[in-house]
Design a protein around this ligand. Structure first.
Ligand SMILES: [Zn+2]
Length: 314
């Protein structure tokens, strides 16, 4: 017999509360739209369109870099909705560099469905102005990464200081795409900007060489003392054995749950990359929803919905 999963009971609960609300309203014909969407949140997806006339690729980017050639907002929604995901955090695609329009337009077309993490030029003067202009259009976070610089040079640049300050002042998130070597530098920034929300992409890329090294896990765990640091449990196709059902992530996820708490972990697929070379969306969701027995129903709910909702949708 199929065991009812926690989200089915959550859906039942929401249906029951909605019925109660309607009852309380005396059978009002138009129930108010629930403030709580019942589905999961995928905290990291990239979208792009083959329409490069309307949305040109950044200089130097060839159309052949777009693999798959198309992953539009609509293709994304068709995929994720089939797996119980109702909201998605869009991560500005590097093909478009600092032109965030395709993401912004998708957010406008599907209000409340997409949140956005933008990219601004952190080396330009006053990057906080670009951050605030995007925040006015609903962007809630900014992707940062060292590029070709060393981690030390990157984090010491004036633009980074301004971005970390702005994010802390305005309640925006910074989302470092870094490897474990950058974690001590990120920790120093967290100490200097304690109000700034941080969401580390893809387990800080631990396990990219196939091994979840103890020293790397310790460096990531050292960030748990900063209450505004979150970790994306994501891109399972890219780390460890790189093979579904991805059970080799279990010890790392358990350790992160124990150090950060599930309230600071968020699941994400990193689509469309998760759905290539034999990997599937179903296997990504299933690792957190159904597998890993040490996760409680509450842990699963935080990781699949609550944490990303708190950081990107409220
Ligand atoms: Zn990504």
């Amino acid at each position: 017999m199929k065991k009812p999963s926690f989200y089915q009971s959550r859906r039942d609960f929401l249906a029951a509360s909605s019925a109660l609300t309607m009852g309380a309203l005396g059978g009002c014909a138009t129930p108010r739209k629930s403030a709580v969407a019942p589905g999961f949140v995928d905290a990291h997806v990239h979208i792009w369109t083959p329409d490069t006339a309307a949305y040109p690729l950044a200089p130097g980017v060839q159309p052949s870099a777009m693999q798959p050639p198309s992953f539009t907002a609509e293709e994304c929604l068709t995929l994720v909705r089939a797996h119980g995901v109702s909201r998605v955090v869009l991560i500005q695609m590097s093909f478009y560099r600092y032109d965030n329009r395709y993401m912004l337009d998708a957010m406008r077309r599907y209000p409340g469905v997409f949140a956005g993490v933008g990219i601004v030029d952190g080396t330009a003067p006053r990057p906080q102005d670009a951050m605030r202009a995007l925040a006015r259009q609903g962007v809630r976070g900014f992707r940062i990464h060292p590029g070709s610089q060393t981690v030390d040079a990157w984090l010491a640049a004036p633009g980074q200081a301004e971005m970390w300050q702005c994010a802390g002042d305005d309640g925006l998130a910074l989302c470092p795409l870094v490897g474990p070597n950058a974690l001590p530098g990120i920790a120093a920034m967290c100490a200097k900007y304690p109000r700034t929300r941080v969401v580390l992409d893809h387990f800080a890329r631990i396990g990219v060489d196939g091994q979840f090294h103890e020293a790397d896990l310790a460096a990531l765990g050292a960030l748990a003392k900063f209450p505004h640091v979150h970790v994306k449990a994501s891109a399972f196709y890219a780390f460890g054995q790189k093979r579904a059902p991805y059970l080799d992530f279990g010890p790392m996820i358990r350790r992160l749950r124990d150090t950060f708490g599930a309230q600071r972990l968020m699941w994400a697929s990193d689509c469309p990359y998760q759905i290539q070379r034999g990997h599937t969306y179903a296997d990504s969701v299933a690792l957190i929803r159904d597998r890993l027995d040490f996760l409680s129903a509450s842990d699963r709910d935080w990781m699949l919905r609550g944490t990303a909702e708190k950081v990107f949708f409220t």
